[in-house]
Design a protein. Sequence first.
Length: 264
Amino acid sequence: MFKHIIVKTEVNQYSQHFTVDLKLIKRVVGYAELTKKDIVLEIGAGTGNLTKELLKKSKNVIAYEIDTAFTKKLESLKSKNLDIKYTDFVTSRPPKFDKIVANIPYNASEPILTKLMNHNCNVAVLLVGKRFATILTTAKRGNRLSMLAPAFFNVECLEDVPASAFDPAPRVISAVIRMTPIILEDLKQNKRLYVTRELWQQRTKKTKNALREALIRYGAAIGETITKRDIRTVIINLELDETILGKKVVLLSGPELQKVIGKI
């Protein structure tokens, strides 16, 4: 058992596992190198264990918690620098923030990360399942998130965390990861990652149209003029099924996305 136990709770309907090791919490916050100028986003505040430490180190904390069962505990923090939002982060429009520090719900890890691809921040330090951390840091053929992540973030796995650091304890080993956003300009030397990112930015379009636009944008970025004929040739050479080309990018499975970007 840890000597530094803060607030314990029962498992909730959103499968959240709350950090109860103060030393771990301090390390997690330290990885983000917070200053009193930073506005920090926390996703899944729960009992407020992490929130308390974030308030000490930052200018303001925007804390999301979907489960109103934790309202009393969070409201007890009573800080003018704390903005609590009792809603689903994935479907929300968060205000401007500088950094993210969070122990995110494991069963919502992928949609949360996908949403973060659309937001600018300096750094994100997250507690996640070890398997999820491995997906983000290892090239796994046919895994959509494994292909998308390196087009948006540099991801480091900083430490593994035992189940005993949480209450209730998860059934898996966890990990602390740090994600630093990649500037699109820095991807010009990597055509595949550049096109992957531009493809995903147009994910509500049909794949054929999004791919055409992504290739045009890449050409412009490296100072090359790409004609429509060039693009048609590239797409033909990819030998993609019309079913895939007709799908919206967001609906592509991992293996389908692999086929689209695999030959670029």
